[in-house]
Design a protein around this ligand. Structure first.
Ligand code: ZN
Length: 114
């Protein structure tokens, strides 16, 4: 839904876009979820840079106290598969899976530093 009084985006909107475009907010965006976890917040959007031929991504913003300082852009196909994996996990294995991802990334970083 677009407000006719705002600036139109440089390219036509994808059907999923709910952004009211302005000159300072030209990108296509749709909120897909927000979680207040007490000491931290996670927000997820479908996002696509306007005026570029880039594919849309699932943008995850997270951080403490409603100040999501970290941004993670996940290609949509990867996001769908990661969602499938996460839905298989229990509360206990969910944390273990997160730790495994962090550990794998740390191992790869050490490997590339050699
Ligand atoms: Zn749009």
């Amino acid at each position: 839904m677009h407000n006719r009084t705002t600036t139109p985006p440089p390219a036509s909107c994808p059907i999923w876009c709910t952004q009211q475009h302005t000159a300072s907010h030209p990108d296509h965006t749709r909120d897909v979820g927000m979680w207040d976890l007490g000491r931290s917040t996670i927000e997820a959007f479908l996002h696509q840079a306007a005026g570029h031929d880039r594919a849309p991504v699932v943008r995850v913003m997270f951080g403490p106290d409603w100040a999501p300082a970290e941004v993670l852009d996940v290609p949509v196909e990867m996001a769908a598969k990661l969602g499938d994996v996460i839905r298989l996990l229990s509360i206990r294995t969910y944390s273990e899976f997160g730790q495994a991802l962090t550990r794998a990334a740390a191992l790869a970083g050490k490997e590339s530093a050699r």
